[in-house]
Write a protein that binds this ligand. Structure first.
Ligand code: NAP
Length: 278
């Protein structure tokens, strides 16, 4: 091969569970590129050194995962305004001059996953109910607002966190107590679970869907299991459902493009590979 070797990876602690190597190495193979994507287990106290070493090692960049998504921002030379709004990055791109640029593609990945299932989906189609106010919720809220969502009912077990996000992100967000979650589904067009409830090893999300119109799209960003009890329940009521695998795949696409120069496809073969790994 005459192409230069391109290396990237994911920094996290722990990181061995990450599916990112599977995704990026699949694309490297699919597009016949000369490169590799690895796992970088980096303890929090070593984050600054590890990021500063990217350029010296000749890496194209890296993904950033838990627990570094917020802390990594301070070591960037430039942070994309969308990521700045979210307050976290999940992608670092090393520039030609060695400087580091930070991005967050989680919101992009989430919106693409909806559009895969519902091509004509619109953020302003009706009220959106978001359960959870953690890191993933921040990325999804910013993406929804940028796409034109006008009413977002943000429901979190700890109401203070939802109120803080409403204050930070503006009047489209209405912080709603956890106890009001069942009634808050009335006339919603989209329901999104961003809590960890329903994830393997956690309790199922306790949510009565009776008030939710059957026309509403129901999405859960969890991908282990692929179908959570929430999605099972929603399908039985006739809702169109979206699982978390699409978000995982699509968030990786802009990073791959930045490092390897090809915007990869979210193909069925990749989805099958990931499902086999769950
Ligand atoms: P996080 O920042 O730790 O937030 C967790 C959220 O879950 C908080 O809102 C928390 O509420 C809520 N929660 C925790 N235990 C709860 C309980 N017993 N009852 C009700 N709510 C509870 O986590 P995150 O990074 O946002 O991730 C959340 C989920 O999204 C995880 O399952 C993760 O795997 C998934 N995820 C998927 C993707 C993807 O690509 N598909 C990407 C990122 C994350 P409090 O504020 O009250 O604690």
């Amino acid at each position: 091969m005459n192409q230069p070797f391109v290396m990237a990876g994911v920094m996290g602690w722990p990181v061995s569970h990450s599916r990112s190597p599977l995704i990026h190495n699949h694309w490297i193979k699919t597009y016949g590129l000369n490169g590799s994507y690895g796992l970088f287990p980096v303890k929090p106290e070593n984050l600054q050194q590890a990021l500063q070493g990217l350029s010296a090692l000749g890496l194209a960049g890296c993904n950033i995962t838990i627990p570094h998504k917020v802390a990594a921002m301070q070591y960037m030379d430039w942070v994309d305004p969308h990521a700045q709004k979210i307050g976290a990055i999940n992608t670092v791109v090393v520039q030609k001059d060695g400087t580091l640029h930070g991005f967050n593609n989680d919101g992009f990945g989430y919106l693409q996953s909806l559009q895969d299932v519902c091509r004509d989906w619109r953020a302003d189609a009706g009220p959106v109910v978001v359960l959870g106010a953690g890191g993933a919720a921040r990325a999804i809220l910013v993406a929804l607002i940028e796409k034109g969502a006008t009413e977002i009912r943000l429901i979190n077990r700890t109401l203070d966190k939802a109120e803080a996000l409403a204050h930070e992100f503006g009047t489209a967000i209405h912080a709603t107590p956890w106890s009001a979650r069942h009634e808050a589904l009335a006339n919603a067009a989209l329901l999104i679970n961003t809590t960890n409830q329903g994830m393997q090893g956690s309790a199922a999300l306790e949510l009565n869907l009776d008030a939710l119109p059957t026309s509403a799209l129901v999405s859960d960003i969890i991908y282990t299991p692929l179908s959570t009890p929430l999605l099972d329940q929603a399908r039985l009521r006739g809702h169109t459902t979206v699982n978390g695998l699409g978000m995982l795949i699509h968030q990786a696409r802009p990073a791959f493009q930045a490092w390897f120069g090809v915007m990869p496809e979210a193909s069925k073969s990749l989805t099958d590979l990931l499902i086999a790994s769950l």
